[in-house]
Design a protein around this ligand. Structure first.
Ligand code: CTP
Ligand code: MG
Length: 255
């Protein structure tokens, strides 16, 4: 057990997959949001800095879009990220990008990696304020279960709508969480679940199911329970222009 009370019973690398292959269409900017400057450095660098400095992370796989490959490689070089072991291309949907990242965690240039991954933390590169505490809570949770997601209890009451825009039901607020990333897993579980997703992709799309996070893939294809780990209300995702102003204020508050 280490000084934080974490057993190191699961042997193998702890890998972070950082996603930066999105187009950021809701941001309406020429530069993809993960590369936009935020108080002096690109949005993407904030989460890379935290994973790079984390005691819990051995390797980082950075997933970039085709147009962003060069920018990502330049960022890795310029900021000197030593833990980034691969920069790989993403896919059309977020889950395609995750799948490519998972495969890259296992294979590098067609040969198996030296230290196979045991745990994987999947994180949105557009979410700058992940912290060492959040990473630690995720790793701790993976001692007791094989899947967990970071989230915060919803401050607002949430309504489920029907297809006509009327309220269908109101879930009990105390049980409603807004989920964030990292979403973290025993590697073999999530890898298998994603392989099944790709195999059954057409069928799933036909049913009208939209895969919007990683836990959903595990919920759908396995019987494992997914634990909710409390994150932080500051662990926001940069999605629309006003999020950049909120992010600047979060940074200023901590200065
Ligand atoms: N992402 C990705 N590959 C995709 C789509 C998204 O790697 N095909 C990444 C984004 O770069 C982001 C994270 O997943 O870090 C969360 O996605 P989201 O906020 O939806 O980003 P975008 O898809 O880029 O934005 P939008 O939906 O507004 O186009
Ligand atoms: Mg998107």
């Amino acid at each position: 057990m280490d000084q934080n009370g974490i057993h190191n019973s699961i042997k193998g690398d702890r890998v972070a997959i950082v996603l930066a292959a999105g187009k950021g269409s809701r941001m309406h900017s020429d530069v993809a949001k993960q590369f936009l400057p935020l108080c002096g450095k690109p949005v993407l660098c904030y989460s890379l800095d935290v994973f790079e400095q984390s005691d819990y992370i051995d390797r980082i796989i950075l997933v970039a879009g085709r147009e962003g490959m060069e920018t990502c490689s330049e960022i890795v070089k310029e900021y000197g990220y030593k833990k980034v072991s691969s920069v790989v291309t993403g896919g059309k949907e977020r889950y395609h990008s995750v799948r490519n990242g998972l495969n890259a965690a296992l294979y590098e240039e067609d040969s198996a990696v030296e230290n196979p991954p045991a745990l994987v933390l999947i994180h949105d590169g557009a979410r700058p304020f992940v912290s060492e505490e959040i990473i630690e809570e995720n790793i701790k949770a993976l001692e007791e279960c094989s899947a967990c997601v970071t989230g915060v209890p919803s401050k607002d009451t949430v309504k489920i709508a029907d297809s006509e825009g009327f309220v269908a039901s109101t879930p009990e607020r105390a049980l409603v969480w807004n989920v964030q990333t990292p979403q973290s897993f025993h590697f073999s579980l999530v890898h298998k679940a994603y392989e099944q997703l790709i195999e059954k992709e057409a069928e799933i799309l036909e049913k009208g199911i939209r895969i919007t996070d990683d836990a959903m893939v595990v919920e759908y294809f396995t019987n494992e329970r997914v634990k909710l780990v409390e994150g932080s209300y500051e662990n926001i995702k940069i999605t629309t222009p006003e999020d950049l102003i909120i992010a600047e204020n979060i940074i200023k508050r901590h200065k």
